[in-house]
Every structure is written in structure tokens, then in C-alpha cells.
Design a protein around this ligand. Structure first.
Ligand code: NAD
Ligand code: MG
Length: 388
């Protein structure tokens, strides 16, 4: 029985993780849940999985949850500790009982809990890519020092991880990340300015949280994934390529020095990579629809259009610059996406805001997590000022 702490339980990855826990009750037990704020979903999760600890980022929401748990007949006799704030998230992420931590908070908010889980020697099933973007060198160094496995959940990185299995690292020539292209792939440049969030949120192949879906529409998600791959697989940026693959069947590939390419395929369903990370190296009978290539018929691959998708290039640039720049890129993107979703800026301004914030930043070397958090604060403030 594997005891799971799930950071970000009320999100899209959170829901997929709990679906697996429900489908394989003899394999997985949920001992801790965290979420940003309280909602009905969380109450249902608590009732269903009966975790020992729940933490909410928001203190008031935690207090409300405590009251709900006391007053509801179906929850009254539950022995549950309800924590709050960053301290509560970290205590849950480092729970003694946990055998693995699923890191599925969205954005930079997951950095400290994920880092502390690594420091507590917990294996990590990593969906939350932003921490690696911000602090990849520091996180990997900490994981190495403590002998902690970071197992990728992001479908591209899971595909690369699987395609590297049994191969010699020295034989790897390059990584090829596939990108669906998102909902706006074919929309001409001239029409992108007026795109409303409702349209940009219509992803053709994946159902995900709002932030990553907008990141998919700008291709920033692929940029963040290039940085994620650099740190997960210790490979320089000039050996990581991106191709548009509309069908989301080939999840990514590794090219070897003899010219062989190993790819991993599957239907687009996050339970595949999640289950692989949670139960590595064993595969579970997930009962997903079979991949029928005769129905898919064609698999297509195209080069990304950098004019339409400037964010992809910004991410490469930030990675090559290094130091605090990737954290600033990430911070500006988080602010820009939130501003776009709330209608304060237009779609094209997302990229402009990131460009402007990066241009105003003098990158510094990062020695520790505090340096990264400082760069994150700087990037947010700068981007926020540019909006107002
Ligand atoms: P989501 O928005 O659906 O869920 C985010 C979760 O984080 C929620 O539980 C929310 O309550 C919690 N949260 C938000 N802000 C918080 C804060 N300040 N403090 C604590 N908790 C907070 O997001 P998602 O789509 O599940 O994505 C989660 C992460 O996984 C992201 O980093 C994303 O890039 C990555 N990822 C997601 C998918 C996918 O299919 N959804 C695929 C690959 C990678
Ligand atoms: Mg991905």
C-alpha cells in the first residue's frame, strides 16, 4: 500500500490522482490533501478518502472547513487535522506517513511545499512544472543530495522518461517535445488580438486547469516544458526541440546518436503518466480506451511558428540566460495569464508583458531558494506595475 500526499487535490491533476486512488484501493491510500481554498469538491474528497491531514492555503477557508467537519454528521467522527497557510501546506507535504508526494499545485505556489517534501526525502510525482522552471538547479541538487526520485507526471516528460528507459545516457542526441499547438494554432496573427478567454480555453485534446490551458494557447506551456526537461534530464537547451503534433498521440521522443528515435504513444489521458509515476516501474491495468492507430490514421508533425508563438522563444532565451531569468519569465507569465483571464489585458499582451518584464530584468546568479523567491516577487511586481 502506497500512502499518498496530494498537493492540489481540487485541480485537474488532483482529480485524476484521486480517480486512480479510487480505482486501485489496494494500492493507494490518500493520507494528506491540500488545496488553495475550500469548496464542495474538497468536502466530497475528505468524505471519500478520509485523509489524516488537510491543508488549505487560505486561513479563513480552513476555519470554515473545520466548522463544516464538526457540524456534518458524515464527517463528525473523522480524525482529521485541518491546517492552513504555507506552514500547513509544508507540514502536509512532509507528513511522516507519506510514501510519495504528488505535486499538483498550479504555479509558483507549489515551489516551497515541493522543495520541503524533497528535503524530507519524499519521492515526488511531479506535475507542477513551475517550481522546476524557477529553481531547477537548486531542486535537482537537493534531490541528488538526498537521493530523492522526481518522477515526471507531465505527459511529455513521462514519455521521455519512458523512452530513456534501458538506454545509455551518453547515447542521447536530442529530446523532441511534442505540442498539440493548443486551441489557437490555426488562428492567423491578425485575429489573435481579440481572442476572448472562453475561446482560448477550448483545448482540442486535453482537459486541464485554466492557467495551463492558456499557457497551451500561447505555447508558453511548451516553453516551460523545455526548461522542465532541461532539469529533469540534465540536457542542454540546444538539444531540446519542439514539434507541433496536433493529435497528442506521440507524447514525446528521444533521438539517439545512431539516428534511432524512441517515442512513447498513448491516448491523451493524464491517468497514464500519473499511474506510471505513482507505481513506477510497474504498469497498472488502467482500463483506458485502447489506442487504435487505424482510427487516428495520420500522425502529423510541424515546426512551431515563432511569430505566432513568441513565448516559446522567450522561454529558451530565459533558460540560456539562466540565473534569476527563468523565475522572472515564470512570474511575469503567471501575472499576465491571470490578467488575461480576468479581462484586464488582451491575448497578445500576455507575450508583450513577459517580454517587457524580461527586458527590465538584470539577471543575477541564484545560490538558494530565497534568491529565487526574491526574483519571483520582483517579476510579479514589475509585471503588475506594467499592467496598471
Ligand atoms: P488546476 O488549476 O486545475 O488545479 C490547481 C490546484 O492547486 C487546485 O487544487 C488549487 O486549489 C491549488 N492551488 C492553486 N493556488 C494555490 C495556492 N496559492 N496555494 C495552494 N494551492 C493552490 O491546475 P492543474 O491543471 O491540475 O495543474 C496543476 C499543475 O500540473 C500545473 O503546474 C500544471 O502545469 C501541471 N500539469 C497539469 C496537467 C493537466 O492535465 N491538468 C498536465 C501536465 C502538467
Ligand atoms: Mg505537458
Amino acid at each position: 500500500m502506497k500512502k499518498i500526499v496530494l498537493l492540489g487535490s481540487t485541480g485537474s491533476i488532483g482529480a485524476n490522482t484521486l480517480q486512480l486512488a479510487a480505482d486501485f484501493p489496494d494500492r493507494f491510500q490518500v493520507v494528506g490533501l491540500t488545496a488553495g481554498s475550500n469548496n464542495d469538491k474538497l468536502l466530497l474528497q475528505i468524505r471519500r478518502f478520509r485523509p489524516q491531514v488537510v491543508a488549505l492555503a487560505d486561513e479563513k477557508a480552513a476555519e470554515r472547513l473545520r466548522r463544516q467537519c464538526r457540524s456534518r454528521r458524515d464527517l463528525k467522527d473523522l480524525k482529521i487535522e485541518i491546517l492552513s497557510g504555507m506552514e500547513g501546506l509544508v507540514r502536509t507535504a512532509t507528513l511522516d506517513e507519506a510514501d510519495i508526494v504528488v505535486s499538483a499545485i498550479v504555479g509558483s505556489a507549489g515551489l516551497v511545499p515541493t522543495f520541503e517534501a524533497i528535503r524530507a526525502k519524499k519521492p515526488i510525482a511531479l506535475a507542477n512544472k513551475e517550481p522546476l522552471v524557477m529553481a531547477g538547479a537548486i531542486i535537482q541538487e537537493e534531490a541528488r543530495r538526498r537521493g530523492v526520485a522526481i518522477l515526471p507526471v507531465d505527459s511529455e516528460h513521462s514519455a521521455i522518461f519512458q523512452s530513456l528507459s534501458g538506454q545509455r545516457r551518453g547515447d542521447v542526441h536530442r529530446l523532441i517535445l511534442t505540442a498539440s499547438g493548443g486551441p489557437l494554432l490555426d488562428l492567423p496573427l491578425a485575429k489573435r488580438r481579440t481572442i476572448k478567454p472562453a475561446q482560448a480555453l477550448k483545448h482540442p485534446t486535453w482537459r486541464m486547469g485554466t492557467k495551463i490551458t492558456i499557457d497551451s494557447a500561447t505555447l508558453m506551456n511548451k516553453g516551460l516544458e523545455v526548461i522542465e526537461a532541461r532539469w529533469l534530464f540534465d540536457i542542454p537547451p540546444d538539444r531540446i526541440d519542439v514539434v507541433i503534433h496536433r493529435q497528442s498521440i506521440v507524447h514525446s521522443m528521444v533521438e539517439y546518436r545512431d539516428g534511432s528515435v524512441i517515442a512513447q504513444m498513448g491516448i491523451p489521458d493524464m491517468r497514464g503518466p500519473l499511474a506510471y509515476a505513482l507505481n513506477y516501474p510497474e504498469r497498472l491495468p488502467l482500463g483506458l480506451p485502447a489506442l487504435d492507430l487505424t482510427k487516428v490514421k495520420a500522425l502529423t508533425f510541424e515546426l512551431p511558428d515563432h511569430k505566432k508563438f513568441p513565448c516559446l522563444g522567450y522561454a529558451y532565451e530565459a533558460l540560456k540566460t539562466g540565473g534569476t531569468m527563468p523565475a522572472v519569465l515564470n512570474a511575469a507569465n503567471e501575472i499576465a495569464v491571470a490578467a488575461y483571464l480576468s479581462g484586464r489585458i488582451g491575448f497578445l499582451e500576455i507575450a508583450r508583458l513577459i517580454r517587457k518584464t524580461m527586458d527590465g530584468h538584470v539577471p543575477q546568479a541564484v545560490k538558494n531558494l530565497e534568491d529565487v523567491l526574491e526574483a519571483d516577487r520582483w517579476g510579479r511586481e514589475r509585471a503588475m506595475k506594467a499592467i496598471s
